[in-house]
Design a protein around this ligand. Structure first.
Ligand SMILES: O=C(O)CCC(=O)C(=O)O
Length: 329
């Protein structure tokens, strides 16, 4: 194994293809994927280019700092591979600050109850009943949320991860007001949902910067590979299930997923995740959209709370069956 530092570290001067061209190996022998971990805030992520370029699996690790604009561009990394290996992915700068500000204004209108909304779709912070903790079914009531949930920039990434046939199962606001936003205990989303196969993901859209201080999500990389684990009931309002102690013991180390405003964190439906209370003076709000593939079948017995939304490609059996089921509103 040889190891050398990139001469372009911390520089924005070269495109990924330039890096490739400059490597001292012929391209046919090079298979590469760009991965990046949590770390620097506001879009500057420490990136590593893993390259396997000869039959002896010699590796070159090159430190490259890619700015936000670079990470946004799909062509520079194998996002599908990263997501399939790790069960999560962060994409920087998918939405603009202005797009997020517009949704934030709409959240504020909901909080002030200036927007008519079914009370059952709103959940308030137990410690502060004037502050929203969750709001569900937003895309069915507000075209601005629907536009973000189905935005081509978002769908392009979801399509990379799940394939071309996409439906939306549900959407919701996950808000943590400054100082008292409450905990979300560790869980796998699939424990809450009634679909097969277990091949769904959540797009967690950061309406504001999400940091360790204000309760960003933490995930355990590759935990989605362990299948559906045992959960037990909690008394946290809105989050009724958490992984059992026994299940938690099987899992590895967790990492925080810090995201700047307008960035999107994706997590697989079996990926362990949780979030801490918000102990900071800054609120942390996220809009989440749950996607399913064209294979998704509904395995539940009850009625659907919200109609599914067909996005593109072949509609799933779950979506098709919905036409025959009364949606409870
Ligand atoms: O926003 C959070 O803190 C938790 C969100 C969550 O559990 C989810 O999106 O599945």
């Amino acid at each position: 194994m040889s190891m050398f530092r990139s001469p372009w570290s911390a520089s924005d001067r070269y495109m990924f293809s330039d890096v490739f061209r400059a490597l001292p190996v012929p391209l046919p022998y090079l298979s590469a994927s760009l991965t990046y971990g949590p770390g620097q805030r506001h879009g500057m992520k420490k990136s590593i280019l893993h390259s396997s370029f000869d039959r002896e699996e010699t590796c070159v690790y090159i430190g490259v700092d890619y700015p936000k604009s670079r990470l946004m561009r799909g062509e520079t990394m194998d996002r599908k591979q990263f997501f399939s290996d790790n069960g999560y992915l962060s994409a920087e700068g998918v939405f603009s600050e202005a797009e997020m500000d517009d949704l934030m204004r709409r959240v504020a209108a909901l909080e002030g109850q200036h927007t008519p909304f079914p009370e059952g779709d709103l959940k308030w912070e137990p410690s502060n009943p004037s502050v929203l903790r969750n709001a569900f079914g937003l895309l069915h009531r507000d075209p601005a949320f629907r536009a973000v949930a189905t935005h081509p920039r978002l769908i392009a990434i979801v399509q990379e991860l799940l394939g071309p046939n996409l439906d939306i199962y549900a959407d919701g606001l996950f808000a943590k007001p400054a100082h008292d936003g409450s905990v979300v205990p560790p869980h796998q989303d699939m424990y809450y949902w009634s679909f097969e196969p277990y091949n769904m993901l959540t797009a967690w859209i950061a309406l504001e910067d999400a940091t360790r201080e204000n309760g960003c999500m933490t995930v355990i990389p590759a935990s989605h590979k362990l299948g559906l684990l045992e959960h037990e009931q909690t008394d946290v309002p809105g989050n009724t299930w958490m992984l059992t102690q026994e299940a938690l013991c099987k899992l590895g180390d967790e990492i925080p997923v810090e995201l700047s405003k307008g960035s999107v964190g994706f997590h697989h439906c079996l990926t362990y995740h949780r979030s801490e209370p918000n102990r900071s003076p800054r609120s942390r709000r996220a809009y989440t959209v749950i996607f399913m593939t064209g294979e998704a079948r509904w395995t539940g017995t009850g009625e659907y709370r919200y109609p599914f939304l067909h996005v593109q490609g072949k509609p799933s059996p779950a979506y098709q069956a919905m036409e025959h089921v009364q949606v409870e509103r």
